[in-house]
Design a protein around this ligand. Structure first.
Ligand code: GTP
Ligand code: SPV
Ligand code: MN
Length: 590
């Protein structure tokens, strides 16, 4: 039975069910009883496997099709009316043409199946900054993931009332044909359509599709920003909590940084990190003129491989109950899960992510897919911020950009001012990872970690960043760039990373409050080596100097690459950014 009388919702559902022809329609009310019933159904059909109730209470395992394990950027479209508004970094098709193409793929696709109606909220339900969506899907896996990742159910429909202001999302599993897989956004209609996938960011439509691609367009029009950023609070020994947001590309360390546990002597001194969010930040100017950030999600869709008791104990702890694991290895002796980097004791009797028998002690194949994930409730996280449910979010002191660069980028540098910081974000580059289908380890430009997620022309997006800075003026957060991923000649990471990243965060925060000096370099401001605490880090002062060094020849090569990249944006490239590039080149040559 329909859970709302909202005509704009009911009419759209009628239209979509006439198209897809499900046997029945089930409304998700958000209650535990209904979710439990769906879990049982999914276990009966084999879609989910229930894990050991004692070791992993309320946890389930799911395997996707082997050709459906990551976002598909090639098949992701922004279908705004004019091609020039999608820009050179997005795939575009004429909306009428795309709607016609999709209609054929959806027609009758839910015959013999159930259509679930998921009312969900991005942000705290009822808060002035929350935005609502309805996802229609024929996948119980999607329903159960959305119920962890977002706030779902009747309360969302009550908050929406009779308003037509919600984002429409239609997901059909269809036959998972990769040739007909489409993830499509129509920003002018607040509509998302996804077909022929059943994996993560392709189908949990509240996440990248709504909270970044559609929301970035809303932010442009309404004066706020939707960013691919973690948000954390850094508590210092004086007990003050200062907040930063950080944009790293997919699988480049956001979840890890957001939940960081400080090195021991920092912990003893009273340092602590509070996690507000690990993937998405919605940022807007507050009444006090500062920029405030909130996390629209309610859970973590985190990378499993590499997560362990040492690298990220808080994430590991978050996965101990009420979690769905996707594409990890199944330990048959314990009925638990395993992935590469969990521990040095892989199971002998297991099923790998492809569903084949697997002996972790002898096999040379991977047990878990490199982009295998856990979907865990945020409330499970031991360091979840007391501000997590605060509708206003938190005030930002710093914004940090970063990526995987084996050589070029130093451990950390600070931009000269907001405009220079926007430049620093716009020239981000990083090695590709398994989070998206395609080659791994290839350096590509990924401005603000938004290359796959910006719902409009990237140059207009940069202009929007510049305008937001003008709006907040002196109160703008300071902007930094970090790189945890410099490697030595053998390809080993030089910086220990993970908890030790706090050493860099400490410097960043002190810069924001004028508590520490800096050296001026061609790039911006860098720490004086003695200002980074290396106690018990295993890193020598010389190594640190190396990590902070700037190879001018490499950077001049990068400048040419950036010039070529900027060339794609033609007249739309903000003049300020072109000037910043010239200035950087001049400083490198000086
Ligand atoms: P998405 O969920 O795809 O957006 O990824 P993310 O940015 O949240 O990345 P995540 O924190 O899950 O880390 C991805 C991978 O990077 C994992 O394999 C981590 O082990 C590794 N990683 C994270 N932080 C560090 C670090 O400081 N140093 C090194 N060397 N590796 C790191
Ligand atoms: C990412 O790829 O940046 C993710 C995972 O956070 S997904 O939800 O698949 O986009
Ligand atoms: Mn992400």
């Amino acid at each position: 039975m329909a859970l709302t009388t909202n005509r704009a919702v009911l009419d759209w559902i009628d239209e979509m069910s006439a198209l897809t022809q499900p046997d029945q329609i089930v409304w998700i009310d958000g209650g535990e009883a209904q979710l439990e019933e769906l879990r049982a159904q999914a276990c009966a059909s084999g879609e989910l496997e229930k894990l050991n109730e004692e070791l992993l209470p309320g946890c389930y395992l799911h395997r996707t099709a082997v050709n459906d394990v990551a976002r598909v950027e090639d098949r992701t479209f922004i279908c705004c009316p004019k091609e020039e508004d999608a820009g050179p970094t997005n795939h575009w098709m004429d909306p009428a043409e795309m709607y016609a193409k999709l209609k054929k793929l959806y027609a009758g696709s839910m015959k013999g199946r159930t259509m679930y109606v998921i009312p969900y909220s991005m942000g705290v339900v009822g808060s002035p900054f929350a935005k609502y969506g309805i996802e229609l899907t024929d996948s119980i896996y999607v329903v159960l993931n959305m119920a962890i990742m977002t706030r779902v159910g009747t309360k969302v429909l009550e908050a929406l009332g009779d308003s037509p202001d919600y984002v429409k999302g239609l997901h059909a599993t269809a036959d998972l044909d990769p040739e007909n897989r489409y993830i499509v956004h129509f920003p002018q209609d607040d509509t998302i359509m996804s077909v022929n996938s059943a994996y993560g960011g392709n189908v949990l439509l509240g996440k990248k599709c709504f909270a970044l691609r559609i929301a970035s367009c809303l932010g442009r029009d309404q004066g706020w920003m939707a960013e691919h950023m973690l948000i954390l609070g850094l508590q210092n020994p004086a007990g003050e909590v200062r907040y930063l947001a950080a944009a790293f590309p997919s699988a480049c360390g956001k979840t890890n940084l957001a939940m960081l546990i400080p090195p021991e002597h920092y912990r003893k001194a009273g340092w602590k990190v509070w996690c507000v969010g690990d993937d998405i930040a919605w940022i807007r100017p507050g009444a006090d003129g500062r920029l405030w950030a909130m996390n629209p999600e309610n859970g973590f869709f985190g990378v499993a491989p590499g997560t362990n008791e040492k690298s990220n104990p808080n994430a590991l702890h978050s996965t101990k109950k009420g979690t769905i694991f996707t594409n990890v290895a199944h330990d048959l002796d314990k009925n638990t899960v395993w992935w590469e980097g969990l521990d040095k004791d892989p199971p002998e009797h297991a099923i790998d992510w492809k569903g084949n028998p697997w002996n972790g002690k002898t096999s040379t194949e991977k047990g878990a897919h490199p982009n295998s994930r856990f979907t865990a409730p945020a409330k499970n996280c031991p360091c979840i911020s007391p501000k997590f449910d605060d509708p206003n979010g938190v005030p930002l002191s710093a914004i940090v950009f970063g990526g995987r660069r084996a050589k070029t980028a130093p451990l950390v540098y600070q931009s000269r001012d907001w405009a220079h910081g926007v430049f620093v974000g716009s020239i981000m580059a990083s090695e590709t990872t398994a989070a998206a289908a395609g080659a791994v380890g290839v350096v590509r430009r990924d401005p603000m970690a938004m290359l796959p997620f910006c719902g409009y022309h990237m140059a207009d997006y940069w202009q929007h960043w510049l305008s937001m800075g003008e709006k907040v003026g002196e109160k703008a957060p300071k902007i930094f760039n970090v790189n945890w991923f410099r490697t030595d000649d053998e390809g080993h990471f030089i910086w220990p990373g993970f908890g030790d990243n706090l050493r860099v965060l400490e410097w960043i925060m002190k810069r924001c409050f004028d508590e520490v000096g800096a050296d001026e370099t061609a790039l911006g401001y860098e720490p004086k080596p003695e200002d980074i605490d290396l106690d018990e880090s295993g890193v020598s002062a010389d190594t640190l100097k190396g990590l902070l060094s700037v190879d001018k020849d490499l950077w001049l090569e990068d400048v040419s690459a950036i010039r070529e990249f900027y060339g794609k944006f033609g007249d739309k490239l903000p003049k300020v950014l072109a000037q910043e590039l010239d200035d950087l080149e001049a400083r490198l040559k000086a």
